[in-house]
Design a protein around this ligand. Structure first.
Ligand code: ADP
Length: 389
């Protein structure tokens, strides 16, 4: 019996508590073990509860007399010996730590051990509470595995993105290298040919070449925006002059379309922290669309003004218009309106890119219906410095 082995004094008032302690010992949910550390080199179990027995698959009688080393996996003998030595020498009398035990059938059982060593009648007695942490350890292991898996997937994704970018960069380079002479030569030709048919043909070649050139740029920009590496070059820009440059460029591009083009650009717009090239790209795209999706002779109006610390730019046309159900969708990549399927156009990337670039500047873009027909593309960019800067 416990009391005999560890020498409990039955005359002590504490003895009154003894039956309750025994109940507590046997009904507690954790494994309890008492070791006489004075016996043998590593001590011997002198009492264990049922939970401790079933944790390790031994019977009570099989465990009594065994030493802690007998229920330790071989690879952990060294740690276990050090641990026992420290407890015996008094260095660590009270310890809470995770240890691993070995069950009778060879299963490793991780437990959290709270151990306390006391001196009783000249003998060193260790009281150990073993909390089975198999589930927690499994959970931790699963967590580590899924973290490692996620890291690996992320790495694979990064590699794929890198390959995709490199491929796109190479492709763009190849296309542009072959393209530059066509663009340059056709531009020169438009200025030197005199025959009317030749002028028309060279203008067509130049227009088609610059369209294709823009499409290639759009594509590459979109790929870069998708992987978050589209970097803008911000500076303080003069919006009035940038918008006027866009107007001249647009006029020179659309000579043949003969749109009525009116502009209302405030002459003294305050300086804006923005990427001038990207602002040109956004507005030109909206103007090109206005021209593409209107009949010849239709009217296009562009406005640029400042209100409530925001630069507003409007591009208005009286063309086909955009149905209400598509006003959000046409800002998605590759979306083209069903309202004007026959019109020549690009791949449906321009507006997606515009929206992305405007948002990088901290602004937004929306579409309203024009009266009696057509659309108004309204965008604003705040004058306050935004977090992308
Ligand atoms: P695309 O290169 O096809 O012009 P965009 O992204 O610029 O690509 O435009 C997407 C689609 O939105 C166009 O194909 C067209 O159907 C519609 N769209 C854009 N601008 C206008 C406009 N001003 N009027 C009518 N439809 C437009």
């Amino acid at each position: 019996m416990v009391n005999k082995q560890i020498g409990i004094n039955r005359d002590s008032p504490k003895e009154l508590l003894y039956p309750y302690s025994i109940n507590f010992f046997h009904f507690i949910n954790d494994g309890l073990a008492i070791i006489d550390l004075s016996k043998g080199p590593f001590g011997q179990f002198i009492e264990v509860n049922d939970v401790f027995c079933s944790m390790l698959g031994y019977t009570h009688d099989e465990l009594i007399g065994l030493s802690p080393i007998d229920i330790t996996p071989e690879d952990l003998y060294h740690n276990a010996r050090q641990f026992i030595d420290r407890q015996k020498s008094g260095t660590d009398r009270k310890i809470i730590r995770e240890i691993t035990l070995l069950s009778k059938n060879g299963r490793r059982v991780p437990t959290e051990l709270s151990s306390h060593v006391v001196k009783l009648n000249g003998r060193l007695i260790g009281f150990g509470i073993h909390h089975d942490i198999t589930k927690r350890k499994k959970f931790e292991q699963d967590l580590i595995l899924s973290y490692e898996k996620e890291l690996q997937l992320r790495q694979e994704l990064q590699n794929q993105i890198h390959q995709r970018i490199e491929f796109a960069r190479g492709l763009v380079h190849e296309i542009k290298t072959s393209f530059t002479p066509i663009l340059c030569n056709s531009k020169v030709l438009t200025k030197i040919v005199t025959d009317e048919t030749a002028i028309l043909l060279t203008q067509n070649i130049f227009r088609a070449a610059s369209n294709l050139n823009n499409r290639v740029d759009e594509h590459f920009d979109l790929i870069r925006s998708e992987v978050g590496i589209l970097n803008l070059e911000y500076d303080w820009i003069n919006p009035s002059s940038v918008l006027n440059e866009v107007v001249s460029e647009f006029k020179s591009r659309t000579l043949l379309n003969k749109n009525l083009f009116r502009t209302y650009i405030s002459p003294d717009l305050p300086p804006l922290w923005a990427d001038a090239d990207r602002i040109r790209q956004i507005v030109l795209n909206l103007l090109d669309n206005a021209s593409k999706f209107t009949a010849e002779g239709a009217e296009i109006i562009m406005r640029g003004y400042c209100r409530e610390s925001k630069l507003y730019i409007h591009v208005e046309d009286n063309g086909t218009g955009i149905p209400h159900s598509e006003k959000e969708k046409i800002f998605q990549s590759y979306y083209r309106s069903k309202a004007n399927p026959t019109k020549a156009g690009g791949l449906g990337l321009g507006l997606a890119l515009c929206k992305y670039l405007i948002e990088l500047h901290g602004g937004t873009i929306k579409i309203e219906d024009n009266k009696p027909s057509g659309s108004i593309f309204k965008l604003f960019i705040p004058y306050t410095k935004h977090e992308n800067l």
